[in-house]
Design a protein around this ligand. Sequence first.
Ligand code: NAD
Ligand code: LMR
Length: 338
Amino acid sequence: LAIDFQSEPVRVVVTGAAGQIAYSLLYMVAKGDVFGPNQPVILHLLDIPPMMGVVQGVVMELSDCALPLLRGVVPTADPDVAFKDVDAAFLVGAMPRKEGMERKDLLAANVGIFKVQGQAIERNAKRTIKVLVVGNPANTNALVCSKYAPSIPKENFTAMTRLDQNRATAHIAERLNVSCADVSNVIIWGNHSSTQFPDVRHANATVNGAKVSVSEAIKDDEYLKTQFVEKIQKRGAAVIAARKLSSAMSAAKAASDHMKDWWQGSANWVSMGVISDGSYGVPADVVFSFPVICSDKKWTIVQGLEIDEYARGKLDITAKELIEEREEALAVCQDSNL
Ligand code: NAD
Ligand code: LMR
């Protein structure tokens, strides 16, 4: 298939463009992993003024990659320039946590960024913009961003739990000694935090050519309900302890997967933090990770899954945390004069 040079490029903003995640993500976007192998892109790179020198280096490297789909790069420290006419936004720029912190400890430091960027989206972006929030605490930042861009549909703001889904899928695949491609329908419910509920009760795996449920294949429900859940909940902290930096390559891959499925359609269920409509008894007005299917550039929550007493307990804990985060975030936004 030839690249269609006549087709209009999509404008994509990546914030935190001088940071770790962006360094992997920009390459994935510019080479066609996200918007398709024939879709030209123009990249808008936003960071703060002191990082503009570093951003210039990233611009040089993007040029030196000689990528046929990359039709332009706009480096800037001005949110109004960054969000002008953009079709898709990866909101990565925010402080990462250090060892010993929970992601919600970043709330006071980071939430103001998403208020300002919500306002810039409201003023500048296309009404169809698709926003993926990566910066932590991602669910609550996405909610705040959407509240400050009231004319854009709430469905257009999502938060990343795909890294948790990928972690859980890879973990199950390793345990069963199969490829990640042989494991499907792993779900992440709730917050991208240590209260998230990684759920394999509806997941399947292809083992020795036969499709079976993951519970049947692993034959250890106690393990799946306890150690497995904790392992995924704490995986981000384990990476920080080992790397002394938070995950970046895997976070960029997850961001690419999330936006690709939203833009191009998903083959299986995928988990995305989306505005709750009350499905599965989850309170409204929080950004909660649900299993969704994407088609026609829209996500739809997968309905009708059984929620037993064990799952109910897990969903309620993570929903409660999101309500608490929302209240704290809105108070911070009201206090700040941004
Ligand atoms: P990093 O420190 O390497 O990069 C962050 C960049 O954001 C820096 O260049 C910084 O200057 C920039 N920045 C700060 N304020 C900004 C603003 N107002 N506008 C634009 N840019 C701004 O961090 P990183 O490792 O790339 O991580 C970025 C964020 O992503 C962190 O909050 C981290 O916790 C989060 N994260 C989320 C997930 C997830 O699964 N949702 C996974 C990994 C990391
Ligand atoms: C992750 O899940 O790796 C990121 O959210 C970074 C972190 O703070 O754990």
